[in-house]
Design a protein around this ligand. Structure first.
Ligand code: SF4
Length: 360
């Protein structure tokens, strides 16, 4: 299977200590669900997100209390912070002044020219980018009237309208999202956008639903877009704890070999040949490797019939046998371990591989 070709002709845009676009890896984002003015709760949630692998976090900034909390939140977290603002340029200025690493605001919604200029000037001075967030559900009235309903053309037209406002002010550190909850519409919009401009794309399927259904919808939508080499940062939107969004985002990237900092589990579906309690072992190993920051592939198989051979791409794995486990590497069995020691031994091997990876 060939590696996914990633679009490298997008403009690189710096966000804090990271760069979105250019030749950089796809970055995982999420958004807090706490009241932003509740600094304690917001920081605690961001810490959990960081631990799960979130690389950029966005907070809603709906009022002054929220904007005033930005400096304190910023001080206590380690990943870039994005302030999400609708319409109010004063909140945007306050968030920028407070140390936000990026703001999400649509310049066409800010109002009078001087207000837009003030926001752009502040962003330029601080060297922070602006994300334009087009949403199929809130397209400009004139665009909706022109197309009759939300279309990919209409969404790209809306993005261009906001982009032009920034470009006229000689501002180019732009990131664009074109979200829709209709997967087919989102795919078409991102494809068109990728053909139309070279600003990096923030990809997501909005309002995708609850943990189970939303995970599938996001994987299908974001996956289809990534498979075309489109997308520089992703956010999975779920009606769930945002930590789940990060976990799903990581799995999506792993499926395409786009995450260099995450281990992957391969486990068999089990069948009548099963020799071990595979499901609980697989879950335990999955939990364990979720903290491993190296691209190691670990396999857990119910038996040794075809397993090791089928899981040839795994760096390390275990296959059940009667009363014992067979430890294998790249499809070849290397040694036997007693059944009760299987999980422990596999964990040790995973740690060893991770150490070797980081020592390289
Ligand atoms: Fe069945 Fe063994 Fe294949 Fe698992 S590895 S599905 S137990 S044959």
């Amino acid at each position: 299977m060939g590696e996914i070709i990633h679009r490298s002709k997008t403009r690189p845009v710096r966000v804090g200590n990271l760069t979105i676009g250019g030749k950089n890896e796809v970055i995982i984002q999420s958004m807090t669900t706490t009241k932003t003015h509740d600094v304690e709760a917001t920081v605690a949630q961001i810490k959990r997100l960081e631990e799960a692998g979130c690389q950029i976090v966005r907070v809603a900034c709906p009022d002054e209390r929220a904007a005033n909390a930005i400096p304190e939140i910023k001080k206590r977290i380690n990943i870039p912070l994005v302030a999400d603002i609708h319409f109010d340029y004063k909140l945007a200025l306050k968030a920028i002044e407070g140390g936000a690493d990026k703001i999400r605001i649509n310049p066409g919604n800010i109002g009078r020219r001087e207000k837009v200029e003030a926001v752009v000037k502040a962003a330029k001075e601080r060297g922070i980018p602006i994300r334009i967030g087009v949403n199929a559900g809130s397209l400009e009235k004139r665009i909706l009237e022109k197309y009759g309903y939300p279309t990919a053309d209409g969404m790209v037209e809306s993005a261009l309208y906001h982009i032009r406002i920034l470009e006229e002010l000689d501002f180019h550190d732009i990131i664009v999202s074109l979200k829709a909850s209709d997967v087919r519409l989102a795919i078409e919009a991102y494809e068109k956008a990728a053909r139309t401009f070279d600003y990096p794309l923030h990809v997501g399927i909005t309002e995708s639903g609850t943990l189970f259904a939303g995970t599938i919808k996001s994987a299908v939508g974001i996956g289809a877009i990534l498979s075309k080499g489109i997308g520089n940062t992703i956010r999975v939107s779920l009606s769930a704890d945002p930590v789940e969004e990060v976990k799903v985002a990581r799995e999506i990237l792993k499926s395409f070999g786009l995450a260099s900092n995450a281990a992957t589990l391969i486990s068999c579906p089990t069948c009548g040949r099963i020799e071990i309690d595979l499901i609980s072992i697989a879950n335990e190993i999955e939990e364990y490797i979720s903290k491993i920051k190296a691209p190691i592939k670990v396999a857990v198989l119910g038996c040794a019939v075809n397993g090791p051979g089928e899981a040839r791409e795994a760096d390390i794995g275990i296959a059940g046998a009667r009363g014992e486990g067979l430890l294998f590497r790249h499809g070849k069995i290397v040694r036997k371990v007693p059944e009760e020691k299987m999980v422990e031994e596999l964990k040790k091997e995973v740690d060893k591989l991770a150490e070797e990876y980081f020592a390289k």
